[in-house]
Design a protein around this ligand. Structure first.
Ligand code: AMP
Ligand code: MG
Length: 426
């Protein structure tokens, strides 16, 4: 049986980065840039004011104080987006709003609060005062944002491979880009298997359960920036399963849940082995031992044959989610062009003793909290592999190594933080 690392390595080896496409900027959140972005403009384009106030010659304000104000003649008002045609000559000032270009002659901006215009701040523009008293001495360059101080024309502002977070989207927008070339989002077909499953919204017959895996798995697919293609429930017979598998043919990855353990009707793994290419079945991990990984035959958008990675996740509600975090997430991130596919992890002091004697690595659902500068982890409730409540109460998966028989209260363990994001572009 493979270790977690061996299984993950086999999965990562079998998937590759998807093609790039040109996409409207607002659709690219979380995607990976497939081009270098070079600025065609200068940001800001001109020297401009970072305050609402008066553009002045700093020399004119020398010695100004509350009791000895300097009086300047107001010759114009310039608003953001406008350009003053006047020049600030000795003894004059131009009223200026944040973002407006600095008029020629001025080398400094005095904010309204340091003038007797403070009370007029909201006055309409046609009531511009004819003179202003300045209460402080201005230093040269004060409250001026320099042209190009943020982005110089010709500069590479984002490199191929950058992950597009809100800041990168804003950065690209600040140079006017409406579309970006990004690695495609993987389309992930999701199939639940089981004769016992009932669709949401239908009454629950005796002995049946609702299909929750479709939704937890599709939500995970979405969370990591991919596109779920929900294909519904396949019953535990070959005909139904093959019919659903056919509908997954144009996806970039196929995820099934259930049908991979030792029961009489667990036929997912048998069908992968027969019709596709089974890479492995079973991993030394708890929960999630019965994980199957293989490739099924599919076709791309142009009808060209290709093989699709297929992870047969265990049916139990918590197991399939843990398996997704450990094995599916890294594969999807790789397909999206991401380099860092490891889950954010912290060292935490465990507050429960947990035995581990069967040679499998345990990933316990846990609550990790920071107290007095240390992370502490406690198990989030009963760990039965079908119990989704303790998954919902957890914010981490705590690793109980397969060696040493387990961990004792007070030991330091590694915790995978379920909701953390560590994507940074350096
Ligand atoms: P299996 O591996 O197919 O035997 O499934 C293992 C367990 O997971 C069984 O108790 C199933 O009832 C449960 N299970 C399988 N599929 C789902 C599903 N889609 N939603 C909720 N529970 C499921
Ligand atoms: Mg089943």
């Amino acid at each position: 049986m493979l270790t977690v690392e061996q299984a993950l390595q086999k999965i990562l080896e079998a998937v590759s980065v998807l093609d790039a496409e040109n996409v409207p900027i607002m659709e690219t959140l979380g995607q990976v840039l497939a081009e270098d972005i070079v600025s065609t403009v200068t940001v800001p384009p001109l020297d401009n004011s970072s305050m609402d106030g008066y553009a002045v010659r700093s020399a004119d304000t020398r010695g100004a104080a509350e009791k000895t104000p300097k009086t300047l003649k107001v010759i114009d008002t310039v608003i953001a987006g406008g350009i003053s045609k006047k020049e600030v000559t000795p003894g004059t000032a131009i009223r200026i709003m944040t973002g407006a270009p600095i008029p020629p002659g001025a080398d400094s901006v005095i904010q309204f609060e340091n003038t007797d215009d403070a009370k007029n701040k909201d006055a309409s523009l046609n009531q511009t005062p004819t003179q202003v008293n300045i209460f402080v001495a201005a230093s040269p360059a004060q409250n001026i944002r320099r042209a190009g101080e943020d982005i110089a024309q010709g500069k590479t502002i984002l490199k191929k491979g950058a992950v597009l977070r809100p800041a990168e989207i804003g950065l690209a927008a600040s140079i006017g880009r409406s579309h970006l070339k990004v690695v495609q989002r993987p389309v992930v077909a999701v199939i639940s298997t089981g004769d016992e499953l009932t669709e949401l919204g239908k009454p629950l017959p005796a002995g049946r359960i609702y299909d929750s895996n479709t939704y937890s798995i599709a939500a995970l697919v979405k969370r990591y920036g991919c596109v779920p293609k929900i294909l519904g429930i396949a019953r535990d017979n070959e005909k139904d399963l093959l019919k659903k598998l056919k509908q997954a043919q144009d996806a970039d990855m196929l995820l099934t849940t259930g049908g991979v353990s030792m029961g009489d009707y667990d036929m997912v793994k048998d069908i992968i082995a027969r019709d596709g290419n089974m890479v492995f079945w079973k991993v030394k991990v708890k929960p999630g031992k019965p994980l199957a990984f293989g490739k099924i035959n599919g076709r791309d958008k142009n009808g060209k044959p290709r093989s699709i990675p297929h992870l047969g996740l265990p049916g139990n509600a918590a197991s399939c989610m843990v398996s997704f975090e450990l094995f599916v997430r890294p594969a999807l991130l790789k397909m999206m062009g991401k380099i860092n596919v490891t889950k954010p992890t912290v060292s935490a002091i465990i507050e429960d003793s947990v035995k581990n004697n069967d040679g499998r690595r345990i990933y316990n659902r846990a609550v990790v909290e920071k107290r007095d500068g240390h992370y502490y982890a406690r198990v989030s409730g009963p760990q039965g592999s079908g119990m989704i409540t303790s998954m919902s109460q957890a914010n981490a998966l705590v690793i109980i190594p397969e060696e040493n028989g387990g961990v004792k209260k007070g030991d330091t363990v590694q915790a995978l933080m379920l909701d953390w994001n560590q994507e940074v572009n350096l």
